[in-house]
Design a protein around this ligand. Structure first.
Ligand code: CP
Length: 307
C-alpha cells in the first residue's frame, strides 16, 4: 500500500488505503473515549479556510488537538489573511508551509488544493475546493455507510439534491465506484443534474446508475438516501434557477415511510429545508452520527500523514 502524502481527490484512494483509514478511525473512537493521545505531540496543522465551514474546520482542529498536536487557523482567509492585500494562494502556501507540518485548505476555486500541493513541500489536505471535490467528506461518508449498513458492496445509494454543484456527491461517486455491485440513483431538479464527467467515470468503471424523478419510489429501493442542500451561493444571479431547484425534493415523514427498516438518511450538512427536522428522531436519520464520524476519520488521516 502506498503511503499517504497529500489528500487531494477521492479517486486517489484504493480499497486498501480506505480499509486502513477506516480501521484507524475505529481505533480513534477508542482514543477519544480515553481522552486522546500524544502521538502528534509537537506537530502543527494549519487550517486555511477561504469559504465558511463548521464541521470540516472544527473536526480537523479537534482531531489534531485530540492527538496532541497544535493548530494554527485562519477562517475567512480571503478577508483575514494577506489574500486581502493581493497575495497569491501559492505565496501564502509557501509561507504557511514554513510554520506547519500539514495544511488543510478550503478554497472557492476548483483545483486550488492541487495548486497548493504543487508548491507546499508538506502534505496538503483538500477540505473542499469550490464545486470540485471534498475527499475527506467522502471518506467519512463511506465510513458512516460501513458503520450503519455493515458493508460497502452490494448497496443502492440515492444521491439527492444539488448534484451539479455538490462536491461531496462528486467525491462520493469516485469512492463508491471502487466497490462491487453498487447501484446509484441520481435524483435532482432539472437545473442541477449530475455532470457528465462523473457519469462518464461511472460508465468507464461499470457502475450501474440511473437518473430518477420520484424520490418516494427510489426510497423503497435504496440502502442510503444521501440528501444535499441546493447551494444558493453557487447560483450567483440565477435566482430563478435556484427557486426552481429549491424545495423540489424534501426528505420528510412520507419519504421515511417508504424506506426500508435498515436504510439510512445521510446529509453532509448544513441543511436548510431539504430534510424536515421532524424526521431527526427517526433512528434511520444518520446525519448527525455522520458528522460525528468526521472527527474519527480526520484523526485517522492526520495520524497516517504525520505519525
Ligand atoms: N460537510 C461540510 O463540509 O460541512 P462544513 O461546510 O460545515 O465544513
Amino acid at each position: 500500500m502506498d503511503r499517504l502524502y497529500h489528500v487531494l481527490e477521492a479517486q486517489q484512494f484504493d480499497i486498501d488505503q480506505m480499509d486502513a483509514v477506516f480501521s484507524i478511525a475505529r481505533e480513534m473512537e477508542q482514543v477519544v473515549q480515553h481522552y486522546g493521545s500524544n502521538i502528534l505531540n509537537r506537530r502543527v496543522m494549519a487550517t486555511l479556510f477561504y469559504e465558511p465551514s463548521t464541521r470540516t474546520r472544527l473536526s480537523f482542529e479537534s482531531a489534531m488537538t485530540r492527538l496532541g498536536g497544535a493548530v494554527l487557523t485562519t477562517e475567512s482567509a480571503q478577508e483575514f489573511s494577506s489574500a486581502a492585500k493581493g497575495e497569491t494562494l501559492e505565496d501564502t502556501i509557501r509561507v504557511v508551509a514554513g510554520y506547519t507540518d500539514v495544511i488543510v485548505l478550503r478554497h472557492f476555486e476548483s483545483g486550488a488544493s492541487n495548486r497548493a500541493a504543487a508548491v507546499a513541500g508538506i502534505p496538503v489536505i483538500n477540505a473542499g475546493d469550490g464545486a470540485g471535490q471534498h475527499p475527506t467528506q467522502a471518506l467519512l461518508d463511506m465510513y458512516t455507510i460501513q458503520r450503519e449498513i455493515g458493508r460497502l458492496e452490494e448497496i443502492a445509494v440515492a444521491l439527492v439534491g444539488d448534484l451539479a454543484n455538490g462536491r461531496t456527491v462528486r467525491s462520493l461517486c469516485y469512492l463508491l465506484a471502487k466497490y462491487e455491485d453498487i447501484k446509484i440513483y441520481f435524483v435532482a431538479p432539472e437545473v442541477v443534474r449530475m455532470k457528465d464527467d462523473i457519469k462518464e467515470y461511472l460508465q468507464r468503471h461499470q457502475v450501474d446508475f440511473e437518473e430518477a424523478d420520484d424520490l418516494h419510489d427510489v426510497a423503497r429501493q435504496a440502502d442510503v438516501i444521501y440528501q444535499t442542500r441546493i447551494q444558493k451561493e453557487r447560483f450567483g444571479d440565477r435566482t430563478t434557477e435556484y427557486e426552481q431547484a429549491r424545495g423540489k425534493y424534501i426528505v420528510d415523514r412520507s419519504v421515511m415511510d417508504c424506506m426500508q427498516d435498515h436504510a439510512v438518511v445521510m446529509h453532509p450538512l448544513p441543511r436548510v429545508d431539504e430534510i424536515d427536522p421532524a424526521v431527526d428522531a427517526d433512528p434511520r436519520a444518520a446525519y448527525f452520527r455522520q458528522a460525528h464520524n468526521g472527527l474519527y476519520v480526520r484523526m485517522a488521516l492526520l495520524r497516517m500523514l504525520l505519525a
